[in-house]
Design a binder for this molecule. Structure first.
Ligand code: NAP
Length: 511
């Protein structure tokens, strides 16, 4: 699976659209809306209502796409709850209806159905499912899965940790020489769905939004357009973001837009990582060349770095790693990413001896303190946990206090207020970190939090006449620097303009 090694399938991976509506009419609507991004469809007959199953044979003739026939039982995450005999009868009644493939489980013993499928010219996908984990004997089971040379073995398993993901990828690499379908279900397995072309899986499944056929499905448009799924091959360079949680991250949107605009053969993937030390061997196996590091790993990765630079030292945290011949090197683009929008807000240069208030004393606050320290700013740190405020302030020769009305009173007169607490992030946009603070209208107010809408803290500051800087502006600035570190190229200016305009008008998620 290493970057240059030819894998089991050197062909481009196929994007399979799962048809999971309760009616044939509903499935046709999914095909109409999303079929344009797909190479093949899978009719999940088990998702159809009992009456509609009688019409399943019509579907293959109603689409130009090849169609896989699947009747998934409840034990494997599907909806068919009848007996195995009933399921085999249903499958047997459909094999001659124009489907191109049929998905049959490893433990299904139905020789007549196997023969009927072969006689009808269907290719059998012989599948094993584990909705709870990655089986210890996965290698042996994958090796003996196909019952004849024409069958396609498929493993759909559920990595629950970085260790599981590493084990899954190593197993896949060790199974050589034939077409296969391998996918990790759930968020920790999402990367395998995007990287099918890299890990030698002949196809990846996608579902219409809100109709996921299995945990971790994304929609075909996102797979095809954002991740440029079909272009991913064993030679594609992989970058990504590791975090926990990570599904909310806007970094894949930013980096993939930049990579696509430059026409670079590379993709940027979200990796749900519970343990960076366990994840890095898996990343190396895939051939990951660079990683953004986000919550909660920015400090945990420090011992894993073979080399780091001044910004890492100053912030005591690393948000950017890249692979070198000697191991992983790290830098921190949060500091400069914080400073660039700040300079813009002050018209190009931040005044000397600026008085600033930093709300919060976590990892992000440390980076902000390092940035403000480089400006020789006078800083007051306010935090809910007073000890953390005191410790952070002590490291930078700053003052400290509580995140309450007494702190708000001490903040009065500051030229810059920065929120680095988690308050305002994501779904908490309506909450404020320091509601008792009265804006004078003369402050620059910077909120590292971002989400689907402007935070209440920034809205109130803007209404009071303050200049405001959103978390998305910092996110973009630090991402452009990471992009240069990863690719050696500047982030394309036309995409920059689009993303910045989206950040100003309603948020990046709409870009
Ligand atoms: P962290 O190390 O976990 O620190 C969290 C901080 O938030 C602590 O100061 C904590 O106070 C405070 N906090 C949490 N819940 C609170 C509450 N209900 N009321 C008051 N304070 C609360 O996290 P981090 O890495 O510093 O990240 C902080 C935020 O910055 C996150 O939302 C992150 O997404 C954002 N961020 C944005 C960017 C960007 O580019 N825009 C970059 C980095 C980080 P205690 O010490 O009292 O627990």
């Amino acid at each position: 699976m290493a970057a240059q090694r030819p894998t089991a399938s050197s062909r481009r991976p196929l994007l399979c659209l799962c048809l999971t509506a309760p009616t044939i009419q509903g499935d046709l609507a999914i095909l109409k809306d999303y079929g344009g991004w797909a190479d093949i469809a899978e009719l999940r007959v088990d998702c159809l209502s009992a009456e509609e199953r009688a019409h399943a044979a019509r579907l293959p003739s109603l689409t130009a796409l090849p169609v896989i026939l699947t009747v998934r039982r409840t034990a494997d995450g599907g909806f068919f709850s009848g007996s195995e005999a009933d399921r085999v009868r249903l499958l047997s009644s459909l094999v001659g209806a124009g489907f191109t493939h049929v998905d049959l489980e490893e433990d299904l013993s139905a020789p007549a159905l196997d023969r009927a499928s072969e006689a009808a010219g269907l290719r059998v996908i012989r599948s094993l499912h584990d909705p709870a984990g990655v089986p210890a004997d996965l290698h042996a089971r994958l090796e003996r899965l196909a019952r004849s040379p024409g069958e396609i073995p498929k493993a759909a398993v559920t990595p629950r940790s970085s260790t599981d993901l590493d084990r899954l990828l190593r197993t896949v690499e060790s199974v050589e020489g034939r077409e296969r379908i391998v996918l990790g279900m759930g968020e920790a397995g999402f990367c395998t769905r995007v990287l099918a072309g890299k890990i030698g899986s002949m196809l990846s499944y996608a579902s219409a939004p809100g109709m996921a056929a299995a945990p971790g499905h994304t929609d075909p448009r996102t797979l095809a357009e954002l991740y440029r799924f079909r272009l991913i091959s064993p030679r594609t360079q992989v970058y990504g973001v590791m975090g926990n949680p990570v599904s909310h991250s806007l970094s894949p949107l930013i980096h993939n837009r930049g990579l696509a605009a430059l026409g670079v053969d590379a993709v940027y993937v979200p990796f749900l990582v519970d343990d960076p030390a366990a994840f890095l061997p898996a990343a190396e196996l895939i051939g990951v060349g660079g990683l953004s590091v986000t919550i909660p790993h920015k400090q945990a990765v420090l011992p894993l770095l073979g080399a780091s630079d001044g910004p890492v030292e100053a912030a005591g945290a690393c948000n950017t790693m890249w692979k070198t011949e000697k191991g992983w090197a790290g830098t921190n683009t949060d500091i400069e990413g914080f400073l660039q929008p700040l300079r813009r807000a002050f018209g190009g240069a931040v005044p000397a001896a600026l008085s600033a208030v930093v709300l919060g004393a976590g990892g992000a606050a440390r980076g902000v303190m390092a940035a403000l320290s480089s400006l020789s700013a006078r800083v007051l740190v306010l935090n809910r946990n007073r000890e953390r405020a005191r410790d952070l302030a002590a490291s930078f020769g700053a003052e400290w206090g509580s995140l309450d009305a007494s702190g708000a009173a001490r903040a009065t007169g500051a030229a810059l207020i920065v929120n680095t607490t988690r308050v305002g992030m994501g779904d908490s946009a309506d909450q404020e970190p320091l509601p008792s603070y009265a804006f004078s209208g003369r402050e620059v107010v910077y909120d590292l939090a971002y989400g689907r809408k402007e935070t209440a803290f920034l809205s109130r500051a803007r209404a009071a006449g303050c200049r405001t800087i959103s978390g998305e502006e910092m996110l973009l600035a630090q991402a452009y620097l990471q992009f240069r570190t990863f690719t050696g190229r500047e982030f394309p200016s036309d995409v920059k303009e689009e993303l910045e305009s989206a950040a100003r008008s309603g948020g990046l998620a709409g870009a």
